[in-house]
Design a protein around this ligand. Structure first.
Ligand SMILES: C[S@@+](CC[C@H](N)C(=O)[O-])C[C@H]1O[C@@H](n2cnc3c(N)ncnc32)[C@H](O)[C@@H]1O
Ligand SMILES: [Mg+2]
Length: 248
């Protein structure tokens, strides 16, 4: 089975991201919103992981010794910072050109992590289990989010943590994430998101529960146009993140 024909994959979605090439890492390019989101989502992930694994978030390499699978890693915008925090990171994506970009970037910056062209299904068919599985801005691009979450959760060791971020399916997310971000501000390529594919916090929570995960925590992320940056909020109406634990 090729990565592109896996059940979770919507071929045109993967191809659209694969076509980004080197612009993945252009902070002013089509992935600019993800670049701006990265400090906030990395801080959120570090906080969740430090609490779970009893690490000092301010320590030199707070994630050292933790195996992390970043599913749908794209160009490595989230995977690479986790590796810099000491995580033993494997980034996977069905898009081969994106994996090439991620590898070259890590080589250029000296970040130490691994990348592989693979889907969550292929990983789940193998024997490797991870302390942490992440899927950042991915579930709104897959064929069957609940099934995808179940496959991702199956890759966790007992006591492991699942982290995901996505976009809620609300009137506000239509106005802000599609009309605003794609068509008015042109922050991201028009057509990047389909509103119908957005995933509500209730759906993602249910999927996590059905996958056997517990201790579910959710946090909103909102864009502050004055500061031109994202911040964590309790408002799950547009962008949000979820953390959940596999029972030990
Ligand atoms: C918005 S990008 C996010 C990239 C990265 N996670 C980040 O946050 O910087 C979505 C990524 O999901 C990947 N993707 C799409 N469908 C997927 C699937 N079925 N399984 C895994 N990854 C998928 C795309 O190739 C793309 O790299
Ligand atoms: Mg997205």
């Amino acid at each position: 089975m090729s990565a592109q024909s896996a059940r979770s994959v919507i071929a045109e979605e993967v191809q659209r991201f694969d076509a980004l090439g080197e612009s993945w890492w252009d902070e002013n390019g089509p992935m600019a919103p993800l670049h701006r989101l990265t400090p906030v989502r990395v801080a959120w992930a570090l906080d969740a992981l430090a609490r779970r694994f009893h690490r000092e978030a301010e320590a030199g390499l707070p994630l050292s010794g933790l195996t992390i699978l970043d599913v749908g890693c794209g160009g490595g915008l989230f995977a690479e910072p986790l590796a810099r925090l000491g995580g033993d990171v494997l980034g996977i994506d069905p898009a081969p050109a994106s994996i090439g970009v991620a590898r070259r970037h890590a080589e250029a910056t000296g970040a130490r992590l691994e990348y592989r062209v693979a889907t969550v299904e292929e990983m789940a068919a193998g024997a490797d289990k991870f302390d942490v599985v992440t899927a950042m801005e991915v579930v709104e691009h897959v064929a069957d989010p609940a099934r995808f979450v179940a496959e991702a959760a199956s890759l966790l060791k007992p006591g492991g943590i699942f982290l995901a971020s996505t976009v809620n399916r609300t009137l506000r997310s239509f106005v802000l994430a599609i009309v605003g971000a794609e068509y008015i501000l042109r922050w991201i390529e028009p057509g990047t998101h389909r509103w119908e594919q957005f995933v509500t916090p209730e759906e993602l929570t249910l999927a996590a529960r059905q996958a056997g995960l517990k201790g579910i925590e959710r946090k909103g992320v909102s864009y502050d146009p004055l500061r031109r940056s994202w911040r964590l909020t309790d408002d799950l109406g547009v962008n949000y993140q979820l953390a959940a634990k596999k029972p030990a």
